[in-house]
Design a protein around this ligand. Sequence first.
Ligand code: SF4
Length: 374
Amino acid sequence: MAGLYIHIPFCRRACHYCDFHFSTQSGYVADMVGSMIRELQLRKDYLGGEPLSTLYFGGGTPSLLHPDDVRRMIEWAVQLFGIKVDPEITLEANPEDLTQVYLNELRLTGVNRLSVGVQSFLDDELRALNRGHSSSQAADSIKRAQDMGFENITLDLMYALPNSDESRWRYSMNRAISLQVPHISAYCLTIEPGTYFGHLAKRAKVNFPEDPVAAAQYTMLCECMREAGYEHYEVSNFSLPGKSSRHNSGYWRGSAYMGIGPSAHSYDGTSRQWNVANNHTYMKGVAVGRGYFEREELTPEDRHNEYLITGLRTAQGISLQRLWEMASPDVSGKWSVALDEWMQQGLLHANGDALTLSEAGMLVADRLITRLMI
Ligand code: SF4
C-alpha cells in the first residue's frame, strides 16, 4: 500500500503553538505548485511501480490552494504513479476556507476526505491559539461540507490548552461528537521552542497546564470517545468502525510513502529522505533536479526503533517475536525487566504474539518506547 503526501507550505497566519514548516508569504503559490509537480516527475520511480492507495494534502494550509491546483496535482500523481480503486484522498482545511463555492469545486477534484483543523470549540481558546476562525465557523463549515456530500471528515482537537479545565475540555469534545464526524484526532498541546508559546513559556507569561492536568484530560478524552462509539486505534486517533485514516495507518504499519514539497519526508522500506525545509531552496533545487533533499539508509537498529515508535502507538501493537529478534544480550535483560514491570502496572498487555499498550500505557507511550529503543 503506497501513499503520497503533499506538503503545502503556506499559512495565512502563524498559530501560536505550531512548529510545522510554512511561510505566511503566499505570493508564489503558483510557482510552488509548479515545483511540486516537477518533483513528482523527477521521482516517478520512487515507489517502485506500486500504484497509490492514498493521497494526503497536508501542511501548512492546503485549503489555501485553488481547487484547480489540487486537481492538477492529483491528475499528475495519477498519471505518474497510477492509483488503486477507491483511493482515500484527504485535504487538510481550515474552517474559514470551507465556503460553499470552495467545497463545490473541491468535490470535482477527487478529494474525498477532509481533515478540518478545529482545535477547540471555545472562542477564547481559539483566540489564544491565534486561529483564524470562530467555533461557530468551525461547526458551520463541517455541517456545510456534510450537506455537500463530504461524509468522510476528521477534525482535530487540542487538549491541555492554557487555562483549560475539565468542563471546558468536555464542552469541546461534546461539540465535536455532536457533529457526527466519523473520525476525531486529539493532540496534547506541546510547547515547542521557537513558537510564540515557546517564548511565552520561557518568560513564564502564560499558565500552561501541568502534566497531571493533561493526563486527566487524556483520560476524559478516551472515556468520551468510547461512550460515543469511537474506536481508539492510535494514541491520538479515534474513529467510528471502518473509518480509520488509511493514509496515516500506512505510516504506522511501515508502508512506503513519498512526500513532496518543502520539509516532506519519504520512506521506501529501506531508506528515509527528507526535503529541505525552506521554500526557495526547495524550488531552486527542484528546478535543477538536485540539492533539495537529504537521504539516509536505515540500519537494522533504525528500523527496529521506527517499528516501535509507530507500531506501539497503535491498537494492533507490535509483534513480541519481532521485538525479541532484535534483543542483543546487552538489552534483553533490561527489556525483560521493563516488560514485566509495565505489565504488572497495567501499562502493557500481551495477547499471543501482540504486545499492546493499555489506555494508561498510551499516556506514557513515549517514555515506554524510549526504553525499548536501541
Ligand atoms: S497549525 Fe496549521 S494553520 Fe496553524 S500555523 Fe500550523 S500549519 Fe498553519
